[in-house]
Design a protein around this ligand. Structure first.
Ligand code: ADP
Length: 477
């Protein structure tokens, strides 16, 4: 009668143990990862642009000074031409930066587009700088190339300190600067081909050493910036988690208040009616009303007990008294305590103890609670005159208890409702069968604390089999 073989049921156990909270957390994390990459890139682009605009006048001063030195000591025409080229790249860069400042923000695609445009603009401005340094070095002929090398070093350091927000731009600048930085002394070496003792070789070695220093600086700034971004992401994640927890909590409080109010209203109504004395002359009717009040007070106390258990589980304060238990004894005790309940529904419970004793390590009272819940559900949802079968089975490394009924069954895709809080598969269940909708949610947590799980397989209209499983005694240690 079961819709799925047990192997499949057991295989899906992990899935069933995924509580709604876990699923929400997973979904949140996935959504956040996507959002994070978009907001992260947007922040990088904005940080880069803001830094670049802030340094505008500093750059202008440096370029003006370099142009004056170049014009005075080397060639005025070269100085003017290079300065104009640099000013053109500055114009493009600033225009793009101002556009990005006005950008309202958006998805990952737009952030990527702006990053790529900034990268293009960086290619342009870096070309202007390395060209300028290369031309000056060329005009110097064979020399120490103090000015162009020092300017390239300063430009490299400037990029390391100020361009770490977008690693691609930093990398591009460093590669271009390094290329010309190395080209200048190597070109001299190729031209002169001096012995190793020559100052030209010393110049190349010094350049390589300085390059390492610039790269080291870049890596440090890049790491610091990345760490800042990671911390920002964590803060954002924490904020969303707190917000989600707050929403779940307030939803829970409103559901609980509603659940408590329903039976309380009924008790109040019944007592109010009796107080008026309207039924003094009709004891049968008064008894009826008292019966309703009694049923509701039982429901109220069951609800409060479940809520207390749930609170203990969620705050990690549920204590377990683990000991060796023979499952057959516990099942017998549960069947005994269910007798009157089963009789009221016209159901008999069938249990044949297994040939080999089924010893597990567990908390007797809590296992009682789980088995009571499974059996009472099987009874409640069976048709009159049916049987509920309880069995103990053994797998390779687990002991399983099955509670099988031929009742109304559970529709497919109802797992969330079956194991959810205050949820019942059919909203009319509560009216016709009672129950708080918390039993299986608690049973799931109790079984998890035992290293086991709860699962079910069912066919709508034919019946349901709930299975709980435990690790074999010697495997729990
Ligand atoms: P309740 O206290 O309402 O029974 P549970 O958490 O124990 O809460 O069960 C949740 C819901 O799962 C039930 O209301 C019912 O809709 C469904 N359910 C549980 N066991 C069975 C079963 N044996 N047959 C059919 N439906 C079941």
């Amino acid at each position: 009668m079961t819709s799925a073989p047990y192997s499949a049921a057991t295989a899906s156990t992990r899935g069933s143990r995924l509580t709604t909270a876990m699923r929400v957390r997973r979904y949140l994390r996935a959504a956040l990862r996507l959002e994070t990459s978009a907001t992260r890139l947007e922040k990088q682009v904005r940080d880069y642009v803001n830094g670049s605009l802030e340094l505008f006048w500093k750059r202008q001063t440096i370029y003006a000074a370099a142009a004056m030195l170049c014009g005075f000591y080397y060639d005025l025409q070269v100085a003017v031409l290079c300065y104009l080229f640099i000013q053109f790249t500055e114009f493009c860069d600033t225009w793009l930066s101002l556009r990005i400042v006005k950008w309202k923000g958006g998805g990952l695609r737009e952030a990527r587009r702006y990053r790529d445009l900034l990268l293009l603009s960086a290619v342009q401005s870096t070309t202007a700088i390395v060209l300028w340094a290369g031309i000056v070095a060329h005009m110097e002929g064979i020399s120490s190339h103090f000015m162009p090398l020092f300017f390239l070093f300063a430009a490299g350091l400037f990029a390391a300190v100020n361009n770490h927000q977008i690693p691609q731009i930093l990398l591009l600048r460093l590669i271009m600067y390094t290329g010309v930085f190395l080209y200048i002394p190597i070109a001299d070496l190729l031209h002169v081909r001096p012995p190793i003792q020559s100052f030209l070789w010393l110049q190349l070695f010094t350049v390589v050493f300085v390059l390492f220093f610039v790269i080291e600086c870049s890596v440090i700034f890049l790491r610091l910036y990345r760490r800042g971004l990671d911390q920002l992401d964590e803060l954002r994640l924490e904020r969303d988690r707190v917000q989600a927890a707050y929403e779940v909590k307030s939803q829970f409080v409103s559901v609980v208040s509603h659940e408590l109010r329903t039976p309380l209203t009924s008790i109040n109504g019944a007592l109010g009616l009796l107080r008026t004395g309207a039924y003094d002359a009709d004891p049968a009717k008064a008894r009826n009303i008292l019966e309703i009040a009694h049923k509701n007070s039982i429901r109220l106390s069951a609800l409060i007990n479940d809520l207390l258990d749930l609170q203990k589980i969620e705050s990690g304060q549920m204590s377990y008294n683990f000991e060796e238990i023979d499952l057959s004894d516990t099942i017998d005790e549960c069947i005994g305590s269910m007798e009157t309940f089963a009789q009221a529904y016209g159901i008999t419970i069938d249990f044949k103890p297994p040939e080999r004793s089924a010893i597990v390590v567990g908390d007797r009272d809590r296992l009682h609670q789980v088995l009571d819940n499974l059996m009472s559900n099987a009874i409640k949802f069976s048709r009159r005159g049916e049987k509920v079968h309880v069995r103990v089975r053994r797998d390779a490394d687990r002991i399983l208890v099955e509670v099988e009924d031929r009742g109304i069954g559970i529709p497919p895709d109802s797992r969330d409702k079956v194991f959810g809080k205050f949820t019942q598969v059919d909203s009319s269940d509560r009216r016709s069968h009672g129950g708080t909708g918390l039993g299986l949610c608690i049973a799931q947590e109790i079984m998890a604390a035992h290293g086991g799980s709860v699962d079910y397989s069912s066919t709508l209209g034919e019946g349901t089999t709930f299975v709980i499983d435990f690790p074999l005694k010697d495997r729990t240690k």
